[in-house]
Design a protein around this ligand. Structure first.
Ligand code: SF4
Length: 456
């Protein structure tokens, strides 16, 4: 397919560039503890060897600043000069300690300072402006240091962690997502800081696409178009996670949006890079002869592709791209390399990922990062295995108590990491258990869902 990207400004990250004329870059995030310097270095190396353009590392506390410093220094002594990005939530002091250490810092507008803003749930213009003013005052130091050091910033808005102030003003909507990012653009520009990338991630493909499309319109109206980092957050794992990621990322790329991509899978990060490459390759290889849409809005997609992941990346991208323009009602796939059962299963997975038809429970699971203290891949597989047949149910499996509950806020049930090999069980937005060892927590979740289903 012919991807014609919207022209964006350039964001300089070390010696690399996101946006402008540069290629669509791919990135991932380490899931080792940042304090485990040697394992984190090893994972960075693996990701770069696999083709990552950048690697992000979480910096959960001020004590981790020295760890990421050691990581970046040791990578350089090994001859690895690709950019390293720090991921910061809740802690402006941590972000302010990083500009001389990393090439880019991801901050989250929803929790940079707003959560602690005492005006946060007021909705009058006075309090809205006060909130923006407070954020600008706090952001000044970070932006000044980033400017001095040539460090870029990603304004990384997430659906699950919008600030109370933004939600009170704009609801839990794509407008809230786009406005949250636009506020930070204004703040950055007021300090003459323009080395920025933006992201608006959500686990729901439609919501995430609406948010990016809206931001794109808002930036266009303003006359400044910054590069976009695109991804579907908490997409899960397996073919389902790949289909959801491709549905969001592929469809946006086909709409001309996206300068760097991150596939989020609840799997080892190397799989994210592998799938991101397959997604970009298939988008380049596809042409309009691969598919047609009949008068009943049935999408016929035919491609003899032996790689199942690549095939699903192509189908999900096209299906989501076309569905966004005008609803698709069903899918009919052909691929001589796949059996009838495999074809049927992929049709269902893609239809559910795009939000056209639903066949099984939906799992929202994070990719995990240095904050995760349990084997999330194993727990997610067990939860999926046990509850897949509960069609219509949304179950979250999240790596940490810091961001997990917010990010899975629209799930019916969930488990969230809380200590080494321990989980807290959630029903809706509320915790319903104390921190339990994994087997007990899963048993608790099972009984809870079964009891609730029997009472329905
Ligand atoms: S929710 Fe998952 S990916 Fe997000 S910060 Fe927590 S452990 Fe990391």
């Amino acid at each position: 397919m012919n991807i014609i990207r919207k022209k964006t400004s350039k964001c300089f990250i070390g010696q690399a560039i996101i946006g402008g004329e540069s290629h669509i870059s791919i990135q991932s995030m380490t899931n080792t503890a940042t304090r485990d310097v040697e394992r984190t270095i090893k994972q960075c190396q693996q990701l770069f060897d696999e083709g990552a353009d950048f690697v992000r590392i979480t910096v959960p506390s001020i004590s981790d600043v020295s760890h990421i410093k050691e990581i970046t220094q040791k990578l350089k002594t090994k001859g690895i000069h690709q950019p390293i990005i720090a991921d910061v939530h809740f802690k402006p002091d941590v972000a302010e300690a990083l500009p001389s250490i990393v090439d880019k810092i991801r901050i989250n507008p929803g929790n940079y300072i707003d959560k602690r803003n005492k005006f946060s749930t007021e909705t009058s213009d006075f309090y809205l402006n006060k909130g923006i003013e407070n954020t600008a005052m706090r952001a000044k130091s970070l932006l000044t240091k980033c400017k001095e050091n040539g460090t870029a910033i990603r304004i990384g808005t997430n659906h699950g962690s919008l600030s109370d102030r933004i939600v009170a003003q704009y609801g839990n909507t794509p407008l809230a997502m786009a406005t949250s990012a636009m506020e930070w653009i204004d703040i950055c520009e007021s300090f003459d800081f323009k080395n920025i990338v933006l992201s608006l991630k959500a686990s729901n493909v439609r919501f995430m696409m609406d948010s990016y499309m809206l931001l794109s319109e808002m930036m266009e109206a303003k006359g400044t178009f910054y590069p976009l980092h695109i991804g579907v957050t908490e997409a899960g794992g397996g073919l389902e996670g790949r289909a959801k990621s491709a549905a969001g990322i592929g469809a946006l790329l086909l709409n001309g949006l996206g300068d760097t991509i991150r596939v989020s899978l609840t799997e080892a990060p190397i799989h994210e890079i592998r799938f991101a490459r397959k997604l970009l390759n298939i988008l380049n290889e596809l042409n309009s002869e691969c598919y047609s849409i009949d008068e009943n809005r049935l999408l016929h997609f035919s491609l003899d592709e032996p790689d199942k992941e690549k095939f699903i990346a192509g189908v999900a991208s096209i299906c989501s791209f076309e569905h966004y323009k005008e609803p698709i009602r069903d899918l009919h796939l052909q691929n001589i390399y796949l059996s009838g059962n495999e074809i049927k299963s992929i049709e269902q997975i893609v239809l559910q990922a795009v939000g056209i038809k639903f066949f099984y429970a939906e799992f929202i699971s994070c990719p995990s990062c240095g904050r995760t203290e349990f084997n999330i891949e194993e727990v997610a597989a067990r939860v999926k295995d046990r509850f897949s047949s509960y069609k219509g149910l949304k179950i979250g499996i999240m790596g940490c108590i810091v961001n997990g509950p917010g990010e899975m806020a629209d799930a019916n049930y969930g488990v969230v990491g809380a200590g080494k090999d321990r989980l807290v069980v959630y029903k809706g937005k509320s915790p319903v258990s104390k921190s339990l060892p994994i087997p007990e927590a899963l048993e608790y979740l099972e009984k809870l869902i079964e009891t609730d289903s029997n009472n329905c």
